[in-house]
Write a protein that binds this ligand. Structure first.
Ligand code: ZDP
Length: 278
C-alpha cells in the first residue's frame, strides 16, 4: 500500500504527518515509525503524527509515536503542525479552529495566520500522582524538590501537560551536558512513566531560555508541552510571570498561564516542509 506523508516542523521539532482519516487505528506501526524517523535510514523526524477521525464529538483525534516508538499523551509543537496539516488537507475555505481528541483530553488549536497557531493546551496537572512521580506524596506538588541524578543533587519542579515534565532552573543552560544528563533524568526511578526533562535559565521573569531532553526522542530543537510546563513551573517556583516568551534552540514560543481559567495558551509557528510517498 502506498502511503502519502507530509513533513512539518514547529521550531525545528519535526514530524511526519499521516492522513489517517479513513481508519480509527494508525496505518503505520510503531516499529515502522522508528524506521521512518531515522535521520540516516529513513525520512528523519522527531515523531510520526496521525490525523484520525474524531471521538466524543471532537473534529479529529491525534495520535503520535516518538522516534523510539513509544506513544506520548500529547505533543505541543505537533498539534500546531496537525492544525496546519488539517487546514492544508481540507482546503483554505475550511474552518481554522479544531477540537482535537488526544490521550491528554480535548486540545484546541486555532490558526492565526498562514504559519501561526494558538493552542488551548488545557489545565496543567501539578500533583505528584498526576505527573506521575514518587518525589512527593501522591496529593502533593513537587516544587524545588531535591533529587539525586548523575551523582549530583538537583532541585526540580514537576508539571504534567498531559505528559510528564521535570524542570530544573539553572544559571546557564549552555553549560548543561544534555546528552549525558538527559537520559538519566528520563529513566530515573522517581518517574514511572519516564519524563521529559527541561533546563531553564530565567533571563527575565517574562523571558525563559530552555533546553530539552525529550522522553522517547532525546535532544530536540523545541518542545511545546515543555515550554508550557516550564512557564507553569517558573510561576510555582516564584521565578517567572504567568505570561512569558520561551526561547528554545529552534526559536521562540509565547506562553500564557491564564489566571482566569487556569488554562495554558501556547502560540507559535507550524511550517510545511515537503510531501512524499512511502
Ligand atoms: O512526552 C513525550 O514523550 C514527548 N516526547 C512528546 C513530544 C512532545 C513535543 N516535543 C512537544 O512539542 O510537546 C512534541
Amino acid at each position: 500500500m502506498e502511503i502519502e506523508f507530509t513533513k512539518y516542523h514547529g521550531l525545528g521539532n519535526d514530524f511526519i504527518l499521516i492522513d489517517n482519516r479513513a481508519d480509527t487505528e494508525p496505518i503505520i506501526s510503531s516499529e515502522q515509525a522508528v524506521q521512518l524517523c531515522d535521520r540516516h535510514f529513513g525520512i528523519g523526524a522527531d515523531g510520526v503524527i496521525f490525523a484520525l477521525p474524531g471521538k466524543d464529538g471532537t473534529d479529529y483525534t491525534m495520535r503520535i509515536f516518538n522516534s523510539d516508538g513509544s506513544e506520548p499523551e500529547m505533543c505541543g509543537n505537533g498539534i500546531r503542525c496537525l492544525a496546519k496539516f488539517l487546514w492544508d488537507l481540507e482546503g483554505v475555505d475550511s474552518k481554522t479552529e479544531y477540537r482535537i481528541h488526544t490521550l491528554a483530553g480535548l486540545i484546541s488549536p486555532k490558526l492565526e495566520g498562514e504559519d501561526k497557531v494558538r493552542v488551548d493546551m488545557g489545565i496543567p496537572q501539578l500533583l505528584a500522582a498526576q505527573i506521575p512521580t514518587t518525589l512527593a506524596e501522591a496529593d502533593q506538588k513537587v516544587i524545588n524538590t531535591p533529587i539525586e541524578v548523575a551523582g549530583q543533587s538537583w532541585e526540580v519542579t514537576c508539571v504534567s501537560m498531559g505528559n510528564p515534565h521535570c524542570i530544573t532552573f539553572v544559571e546557564d543552560v549552555a553549560a548543561i551536558s544534555l546528552e549525558a544528563i538527559g537520559p538519566q533524568f528520563e529513566h530515573h526511578p522517581a518517574f514511572p512513566q519516564r519524563t521529559n526533562t527541561e533546563f531553564i535559565q530565567v533571563v527575565r521573569p517574562d523571558y525563559l531560555k530552555m533546553r530539552v531532553w525529550e522522553r522517547g526522542a532525546g535532544v530536540t530543537l523545541a518542545c511545546g508541552t515543555g515550554a508550557c510546563a516550564s512557564v507553569v513551573a517558573a510561576v510555582l517556583a516564584q521565578k517567572g510571570d504567568t505570561r512569558a516568551t520561551v526561547e528554545l534552540p529552534g526559536g521562540c514560543l509565547e506562553i500564557e498561564w491564564s489566571e482566569q481559567d487556569q488554562r495554558v495558551y501556547m502560540t507559535g509557528p507550524a511550517k510545511r516542509v515537503f510531501s512524499g510517498r512511502l
